[in-house]
Design a protein around this ligand. Structure first.
Ligand code: DC
Length: 227
């Protein structure tokens, strides 16, 4: 049973490529709620730093960048596969945030406490308005512990690497499954061992393992919890 019924604030957390965004978007559309994928904010700061030749190991400069950069996350303005628009200073950086170079550096950036404080504050403000499906790593534990429904969507590293591999191949990338699996495992390690807001299920989260379930099955299960 959720705290308010139907739940107004829905938090979906879990590791990279567990299907959180697909589930969150479908759920938000079904309920007429705002969909907010918080990972795009960490990605936006990472891309901006790389674009400006700031060393991602320079915690002070990266933190200043996060504190001084308002990021707009808006409903998708184009049907080119995006789930939302990511804008900084009016510039559309949606696809830049998905570059492999961002994947490779975002875990380091998102481990900085000052970066997390700055971005969590922006996320919390949006989430507290309600009628929202918010996706991330620490939504149910840190950003919105008062969420009405908390889902922790899990899947094995192999299954998640396979999904990411298929996505990239479909987009025409030349990648190897083994390399992707190694990166998934490394990102899991950084995300779940960092000092601030590590990836973990909230004690009151409903844990769903999507290894043997299709995204539609997961969606139906979560929708039933909302109704
Ligand atoms: O979900 P994603 O792959 O777009 O997330 C990108 C990175 O941001 C990932 O390393 C985890 C981090 N992240 C986080 O620490 N907290 C969040 N609420 C969302 C993402």
């Amino acid at each position: 049973m959720t705290k308010t019924h139907p739940p107004s604030i829905i938090a979906i957390d879990g590791p990279a490529a567990s299907g959180k965004s697909t589930l969150g978007l479908k759920l938000a559309q079904a309920l007429g709620y705002l969909f907010f994928d918080t990972g795009v904010m960490y990605r936006a700061i990472t891309w901006l730093a790389l674009d400006r030749d700031i060393d991602v190991r320079d915690e002070a400069q990266i933190t200043a960048l996060a504190e001084g950069t308002p990021i707009d996350v808006a409903p998708a303005s184009r049907s080119d596969g995006r789930v939302c628009d990511v804008l900084v200073g009016g510039k559309d950086i949606t696809w830049e945030t998905r570059l492999p170079i961002v994947d490779a550096n975002v875990s380091v950036v998102s481990a900085y406490p000052g970066v997390r404080a700055a971005l969590s504050k922006q996320q919390r403000r949006i989430g507290q308005r309600g009628r929202v499906v918010m996706v991330g790593r620490d939504i149910g534990t840190v950003v919105l512990p008062e969420a009405d429904l908390k889902i922790y969507l899990d899947a094995s590293a192999e299954e998640r690497a396979r999904r990411r591999y298929n996505e990239l191949i479909a987009r025409g990338a030349n990648v190897k499954y083994e390399d992707i699996l190694a990166k998934v495992i490394e990102r899991d390690r950084i995300d779940s061992t960092r000092d601030v807001a590590p990836l973990k299920a909230a004690p009151d989260a409903i844990i769903i393992d999507s290894d043997k379930m299709s995204i539609d099955e997961v969606f139906e299960k979560v929708l039933a919890l909302c109704k």
